[in-house]
Design a protein around this ligand. Structure first.
Ligand code: PGA
Length: 250
């Protein structure tokens, strides 16, 4: 069976000092968690967060990574640097990166390859916007986004990635996909992986739901058989809320 994974996406929030405070508050609240617990922090917080989580069950993630190993890419960070700063996970292809910073399925794929080659676990975001859902393109779109993102990985590498299905219309809007909608689309993603890499691989990949996940809706979502966790934005910024999501079984 797949171990659930609950990851916070802090987005552009918290200084290093605030990161430490939030992690210190979180540690005792999530110490008995059955799920893998990750906090994806701003890049300047990674080193402090890595120190703060020492001796706990919380892992640190970054929110993006560049695909080149080094060079003249002003403002960018390589997978190697992110790993050295203390992160073990990295969000790739979040819809905000795609929407505001021009990231494409192809660059998402390159970032995934760079992350995996350097031993970072990618949390690959896919999902449709409102117009795409209304036009019934959701399934085709998430299949395409997923398979392009994974291109070039071996089946053994695919097994270890995390995918986050995040309908764009549900992010930061308070709107959540219904439990059934989220389960169904995640099932579509898993079937696409099964067709290309085999059932064994597809059954090992953890696929999260993201988009206004909170203490009030986590139980219903996590009760769905295809949903292996959550990527949480707003509700990950308060220790009590995030801990309630992490401890959804309690
Ligand atoms: P939200 O963000 O939980 O605030 O909707 C989720 C995300 O963007 O990963």
């Amino acid at each position: 069976m797949r171990t659930p994974i609950i990851a916070g996406n802090w987005k552009m929030n918290k200084t290093p000092k605030e990161a430490r405070e939030l992690i210190d508050a979180l540690k005792p609240l999530v110490k008995a968690a059955k799920a893998t617990v990750v906090v994806c922090v701003p890049a300047v917080d990674i080193a402090e967060a890595a120190k703060a989580v020492r001796g706990s069950n919380i892992k640190v993630g970054a929110q993006n990574v560049h695909f080149k190993a080094s060079g003249a890419y002003t403002g960018e960070l390589s997978a190697d640097m992110i790993k050295a700063a203390g992160a073990s996970y990295v969000i790739i292809g979040h819809s905000e990166r795609r929407q505001y910073f021009g990231e494409t399925d192809e660059t998402v794929n390159q970032r995934v390859l760079a992350a995996v080659e350097n031993g970072l676990i990618p949390i690959i975001c896919v999902g449709e916007n409102k117009a795409q859902r209304e036009a019934n393109y959701t399934d085709a779109l998430v299949e395409y986004q997923t398979l392009i993102a994974l291109t070039g990985l071996t089946p053994a590498q695919v097994k270890k990635v995390v995918i986050a299905y995040e309908p764009v219309w549900a992010i930061g809007t308070g709107l959540t996909a219904t439990d059934e909608q989220a389960n169904e689309t995640i099932g579509v993603i898993r079937k696409a992986i099964a067709r290309k890499y085999g059932k064994g691989v597809a059954n090992a990949v953890r696929i999260q739901y993201g988009g206004s996940m909170k203490p009030a809706n986590v139980k219903g979502l996590m009760a769905q058989p295809e949903i292996d966790g959550g990527l949480i934005g707003g509700a990950s910024l308060k220790a009590e809320d995030f801990a309630q999501i992490v401890n959804y079984e309690a």
